[in-house]
Design a binder for this molecule. Structure first.
Ligand code: FAD
Length: 399
């Protein structure tokens, strides 16, 4: 039996391992090995909710042992160090793994873009550890600023100014969540109510530059209504302790700074000899196969996939990663010598952007839901993923 090794048990990798096993029941052509350095699957799309104390960390990590129970998948907990795509091996902290076919689904990491002081003085928002550190820092900022003997609070106090840099999906969702978190904290220390400030700075002329303009307008108006200061056309120059210096000469004085302005693929991919885009992704063909190495496929945030219909790259989202995994599972399960599979066609069911605990903007084709109905759709998207990986959702066939 040939060995298929999947690197990463996130949205793409875990889904592929589970679906391939389900589709191949009884006549599995592949011995499947799933490698991840964590022993849990992270519901990454909710980490900003942990950061703002809306959900406990335990709610967004599901042990892989639970999710793979009953599946014929070998799970190895190890950090991937290097890939040898010529020798068909993967070097990990638990030794070398040989493969016949490899799927890279290693997600992405924060890209600090070499901005001076950024990595040293700002929190990232990519891992569970990032979210927990940020949450602690916000609570500590409130505690210190209102401690006995602390200097009196003033309006827009830098000690209670929370600067979020990057107004894409992550930054915008975090800003909405922070409104609720600060409100909660002010219930305990009412004196802080007129002193705290949330600032969201974005390089582009509007929020959510990856979506169509109306979404950014909607999010901007909603957050401004909740007293979030939105600065557009505001790229950053450097970060020093307590301040963000913008390219336009302005400064945001803030003790707790969060960088939500960029991601890149895992550097180990480029270091392993793959040709990559500037942000470290591997360009794949219409079958999600590396253009350079025949036995390697790449999905999710690690892949650069060109959508021939609109000339744009396929967005890096959990939803796309899962659908790419479903596509590969079908191809691998039904593979026959000399028969080409159907090419991958990017498809999206829409997108939901949370703007706080009780509301979201949900867009699906011409359908736009806001407020509580939008939030219901957002929560359904979380539930759908969780029930899917827990294997309690009937298979929905599209097309
Ligand atoms: C705050 C936030 C909000 C988001 N909101 C949404 C949203 O609303 N909707 C949406 O669709 N998407 C959203 N996303 C994006 C989404 O989370 C990602 O696009 C998705 O997780 C990518 O899936 P993936 O399988 O490529 O990678 P991941 O899900 O990140 O999985 C990668 C896996 O690889 C493992 N790994 C990485 N490096 C190594 C290594 N060296 N060795 C071993 N294992 C390794 C990791 O532990 C992880 O399990 C959001 C992201 C963030 C940060």
């Amino acid at each position: 039996m040939k060995r298929l090794v999947i690197l990463g048990a996130g949205y793409g990798g875990l889904t592929l391992a589970q679906k391939l096993d389900s589709l191949s029941k009884g006549h599995n052509n592949w011995k499947v090995t799933l490698v991840d350095h964590r022993d849990y699957h992270l519901i990454q799309v909710r980490i900003h909710e942990v950061a703002a104390n809306s959900v406990p960390a335990s709610q967004i990590k599901i042990p892989l042992s639970q999710l793979l129970n009953g599946h014929k998948v070998e799970s190895i907990q190890a950090k991937v160090l290097k890939i040898d795509p010529v020798g068909r091996t993967v070097e990990t902290t638990s030794g070398t793994i040989n493969y016949d076919r490899l799927v890279i689904a290693l997600g992405s990491v924060t890209d600090f873009h070499n901005i001076p002081g950024l990595q040293e003085h700002a929190f990232a928002m990519k891992t569970l550890e990032d979210a927990i550190s940020y949450r602690k820092a916000v609570i500590e900022a409130f505690r210190n600023a209102t401690a006995t003997g602390a200097e009196p609070l003033r309006k827009n106090d830098p000690r209670l100014t929370f600067a979020i840099i990057g107004g894409g999906l992550t930054g915008t969702e975090l800003a909405g969540e922070m409104v609720d978190f600060c409100n909660d904290l002010c219930k305990k220390v009412p004196a802080a109510r007129h002193a705290y400030r949330i600032v969201l700075a974005e390089l582009a002329p509007r929020l959510l530059p990856e979506l169509e303009p109306e979404s950014g307008e909607y999010a901007m108006n909603d957050l401004r209504r909740k007293n979030v200061a939105i600065l557009t056309n505001s790229g950053i120059d450097q970060v020093v302790p307590g301040s963000v210096h913008l390219m336009n000469g302005k400064t945001i004085k803030s003790n707790v700074i969060c960088w939500a302005g960029g991601i890149k693929a895992q550097p180990l991919i480029k270091e392993s000899g793959f040709n990559t885009t500037r942000d470290g992704r591997v360009e794949v063909n219409h079958y999600l196969r590396s253009k350079q190495f025949e036995s390697v496929y790449v999905i999710g945030d690690s892949a650069f996939i060109h959508d021939g219909r609109n000339g744009k790259p396929v967005p890096q989202t959990g939803q796309y990663a899962e659908l790419q995994a479903g596509y590969l599972a079908k191809c691998f399960a039904n593979e026959q010598p000399d028969v080409k599979p159907e090419p991958y066609v990017p498809f999206s069911m829409g997108i939901s952007i949370s703007l706080g605990r009780g509301e979201a903007l949900s867009l699906s084709g011409p359908l736009k839901l806001t407020g509580i109905p939008g939030r219901v759709v957002k929560d359904l998207s979380y539930t759908k993923h969780e029930l899917g990986v827990r294997n309690v959702l009937p298979e929905v066939r599209l097309g």
